[in-house]
Design a protein around this ligand. Sequence first.
Ligand SMILES: NC(=O)c1ccc[n+]([C@@H]2O[C@H](COP(=O)([O-])OP(=O)(O)OC[C@H]3O[C@@H](n4cnc5c(N)ncnc54)[C@H](OP(=O)(O)O)[C@@H]3O)[C@@H](O)[C@H]2O)c1
Length: 252
Amino acid sequence: MTTGRAVILGASSGLGAHVARRLAEEGWSVTGTGRRPRTDTDLPDEVRYLRSDLTDDEHLRELGAHLRKVDPDLVVHSVVTYGGDMATPRSVEDLGAMFRTNAIAPFVLIRDYLAGLPAARACSCVIVNSDSIYHANDTSAEYAATKAALRVLTAGLASACRGRRSSVSTLALGPLADPRKLAELTAIAERRRIPAEEVARIFLARLNPSLVITELIDLEACLRSVLHVVSLGPTANGMVIKLDGGSSGSLV
Ligand SMILES: NC(=O)c1ccc[n+]([C@@H]2O[C@H](COP(=O)([O-])OP(=O)(O)OC[C@H]3O[C@@H](n4cnc5c(N)ncnc54)[C@H](OP(=O)(O)O)[C@@H]3O)[C@@H](O)[C@H]2O)c1
């Protein structure tokens, strides 16, 4: 299949916005979700938009009903919270909300959606994850822990898909060339009067000494990876695509 119906969770910014926009350009019928109003997104008119907060029980139920109504061929989970200000220690409630947003709510949503699908119906679910799970430190550990939980829950979803037409796979990413990061690096480059590429190289070297990439990961490479998963159908079940510049090894 080259086109179909797609639901992109977390489509109001960053990677999710790119995937939603590009799929629509490729002829897919796309619904994107996010918390902010549609007017605060750059999504084109072709992408339908649903405001939905995964920390809200009612919204989660509505999103589940919406998934069943759309009956998508592709679901991409690109929702994330990085947890806000790192300087203030997070409370139990804040950490609970991070785990719920990044791992628990999408897990329940996709688990229940797939459980209601006939075994012969195909749906490719791509769960976006992060190389942060391999090199957590004092500032990233809490975020990384939510992504590690998501990774394990994703393995459970894939296991439940065995013998069915649907697939659940992981897109494990290193630092992305998202608009926010590009703007920050460009501002630093202008202040220091050095090329933006040089700033990116310094940023990547400091972020993770194991990274072998010297450029941020292109959002278009992520889109192509998603389409590759779709093209593989049920063969992609359990698959992990790592686009992280070789920063990690065996823990997938
Ligand atoms: N950016 C990177 O360098 C990088 C590196 C490795 C992996 N990743 C992974 O790539 C994925 C996308 O990251 P990104 O940086 O592109 O994300 P982003 O720009 O921060 O976008 C996050 C999306 O999640 C939505 N969201 C946040 N909290 C939500 C909630 N409670 N309920 C519903 N939606 C919520 C946001 O909606 P609103 O903004 O409208 O609230 C937005 O659409 C994530 O899985 C991330 O872990 C990113």
